[in-house]
Ligand binder design. Sequence first.
Ligand code: PLP
Length: 428
Amino acid sequence: MSEVEPPDSLPANLPIFDPTIAADYAENTRAVHSPRPDLRHVRALGLPTYRTAAFEFDRTEDYASVLGDRQPGYTYSRIDNPTADAFALGVASLEAHGLDHPVAAQPFASGMAAISTVLLALARAGAHVVAPNAVYGGTYGLLVHVLARFGVEASFVDLTDLDAARAAIRDDTAVVWAETIANPTTAVTDIGGLAAICHSAGVPLAVDSTFAPPPVCRPLRWGADLVMHSATKYLGGHSDVTGGVVVGDPALVARVRAARIDLGGSLAPDEAFLLHRGLATLPLRVARHCTTALTVAEALAEHPMVEQVHHPGLADHPQHALAGKQFESGPDGSRYGAIVTVTPRGGREAGFRLADALAVGMVATSLGGVHTVVSHVASTTHRQFDDAALRAAGIAPGAVRISIGLEDPDDLVADFTRALDGLPRPAA
Ligand SMILES: *Cc1c(COP(=O)(O)O)cnc(C)c1O
């Protein structure tokens, strides 16, 4: 059923329905097959949300060849959805800028859906995976608690040490998994150096770049084969949507898509709409997040109640020079990401007090959104670690991870300064 053309005497865009059309059908049939505007006249400026589970065909033959991937089109939203694809392509256009070859992209329901699908697509029983010793907790859990049961073995190594990375790769290594900036130490991986090692061993390099979204770093430019993001963080940017994305070598991404279709971690159209909207302001937001983060990191480093500040933009950061080379810059300076980890004097207790004393900064999980959020590392993201394990991982018991938001820098500096001023001075 469709609308009828209005007579000349009426406005061309008045929705008019002719009740003689489909008058033979009974009420439920007419209710189900309701009329729609003629899509030939529709060219949306904003991204349409294709909130549909299935797509219609005129001919069974077309349906079969779309389903068989012999012709473009959409059949079922777990398989592909245009709104979700628009989001993934939007990320591809940012990640692949400056490359001279095409890349493919895939949307996911969460960052972990992306990570699990990539690892399941690339590994098999008996395969080996190299991952950083400071890897994201969910990735660690997936490797140790899930993939291990299927005969996949993981080695966790310090990937900031390229010799250690080289030594960890074996004949049966299926993939090297890296993170651009580690949580919460902000250690920076030399993606170019690691990619060269991986490629001379014939192993693909996949990079979780959630902490360093464009326009901070584009791992594909440095030779990564796949880059993935938890889109829940900076890409969405407003802490109101969960999603993930993978971009990279088309042959690898085709395997990842096949695994996604079977595993089912597909991105829903409403979430895709929000994530796509987030992309429009990603470069502006991230540039601002970064300049504010550096301002706050520098102010924290000056405070007498601060023992240590981790941020790649600080000159004493172990990979400060690497970050300056590998990360991008703009009119407002170099971009070092917007995660700042601060250790106040006074141990674990001081970390709790600092977080709780903030008025602008909020105690919450997640990161990469408009709000500045803090979490006490030892009791949240790294709660499984005792003090000795924390020390081994370079994390002080009092460390507080800050995801710098989009508030005014002066308000944030004042907030942290006031909270630090209020901490009890440890006995000398
Ligand atoms: C949050 C996060 C993930 C997981 O993403 P979800 O969207 O929560 O599934 C993976 N890697 C990093 C670095 C993250 O910060």
